[in-house]
Design a binder for this molecule. Structure first.
Ligand code: NAX
Length: 327
């Protein structure tokens, strides 16, 4: 039998945590043959609720779940960790400036980065879900100088899945007919869902929709879907966010299908003119357990402007975090 994989979930008592943990324990994160040991990291006020979730996990009698540890100490949580899902973050509250938000999250993601640096396993893979996800991932990575930068990623897979669903709905085609869709840039309202390189049944997606829909309906709908969910559900996306986190890590470990790609925010190597070192969303494939940027795509003038705008926002966030001494 294989040794259990240590999976850390931060913010485990939150709503995404609740939607995520049962799926991990049932084998959907790493596959049906891989036992997992869950490490739940919470702040002290969240520990009791995390213990309650652990009782429910126990009651599921998942054959793949080999144990659950609960802690409020990052060093303990990440010791020997193979996968880290960094969900807990400091939300933006009313009247909070971006600088305050970045500083508060620096106080979470820098210590977690140090804990990862100190004790995580050599194959550690980090997915940051907590917002501002891209820059939080950058902060954690900077605090973990001994861990290769490419092990730190941020989630744009929910945006990717939202875009797939919107396009499938518009064209009344099954989701499986759509390939090669890309989210570029930041997981924020500036993100750019790109249909110009996407294909529906092997033909250009952009050519099958009218330009006004693509530019004035599709893009804002995808970029503002989080706000729509809050408006309609009365709470922010949770199960769909957890689902996207599962998709991201599953593909990272197991590979992406031939002839297609997905979207993930990974450290830029300068491809497509994206500032080197920022964690920005790209079209990616996963090969032998590593994300690779899909190279050589055509970027038209419209796409260029959109990508540049989102990248500029990420560069600004990096400058702000630098000024705070977090990089
Ligand atoms: P909740 O407020 O329900 O849960 C967050 C949990 O994190 C709480 O239990 C809290 O005690 C815990 N926490 C806070 N600081 C912590 C720390 N330093 N260490 C460990 N745990 C800590 O939020 P939830 O709805 O679960 O959302 C979590 C995060 O995901 C938010 O930052 C949210 O903005 C972000 N999202 C990101 C998405 C993405 O696509 N990248 C989409 C969904 C979601 O909005």
């Amino acid at each position: 039998p294989t040794a259990p994989v240590n999976v850390v979930v931060t913010g485990a008592a939150g709503q995404i945590g609740y939607a995520l943990l049962f799926r991990i324990a049932s084998g959907q994160l790493l596959g049906p043959d891989t036992p997992v040991r869950l490490r739940l990291l919470e702040i002290p006020q969240g520990v009791k609720a995390a213990e309650g979730v652990a009782l429910e996990l126990e009651d599921c009698a998942f054959p793949l779940l080999s144990g659950i540890d609960i802690t409020d100490d990052a060093t303990t949580a990440f010791d020997g960790a193979n996968v880290g899902l960094l969900v807990g973050a400091r939300p933006r509250t009313k009247g909070m400036e971006r600088g305050d938000l970045l500083e508060a999250n620096g106080g979470i993601f820098a210590p977690q980065g140090r804990a990862i640096n100190a004790g995580a396993a050599d194959d550690i893979r980090i997915l940051v879900v907590g917002n501002p996800a891209n820059t939080n991932a950058l902060i954690a990575s900077a605090a973990a100088p001994d861990v290769p930068a490419e092990r730190f990623t941020a989630m744009t897979r929910l945006d990717h899945n939202r875009a797939l669903a919107q396009l499938a709905g518009k064209l009344s085609v099954p989701l499986t007919d759509i390939k090669k869709l890309t989210i570029w840039g930041n997981h924020s309202a500036t993100q750019y869902p790109d249909l110009y390189n996407a294909e529906v049944n092997g033909k250009s997606a952009a050519e099958q929709v009218d330009e006004a829909w693509l530019r004035d309906e599709f893009i804002p709908r995808v970029a503002k879907r989080g706000a729509e969910i809050i408006e309609v559900r009365g709470a922010s996306s949770a199960a769909s966010a957890a689902n996207a986190a599962i998709d991201h890590v599953y593909d990272w470990v197991n590979g992406t299908p031939e002839g297609d790609w997905v979207s993930a925010a990974i450290p830029s190597d300068g491809s497509y003119g994206v500032a080197e070192g920022i964690i920005s969303s790209f079209p990616v494939t996963s090969v032998n357990g590593e994300w690779k940027i899909v190279e050589g795509l055509e970027v038209n003038e419209f796409s260029r402007e959109r990508i540049d705008a989102s990248v500029a926002e990420l560069v600004e966030e990096r400058e702000a975090v630098k000024a705070l001494g977090l990089l």
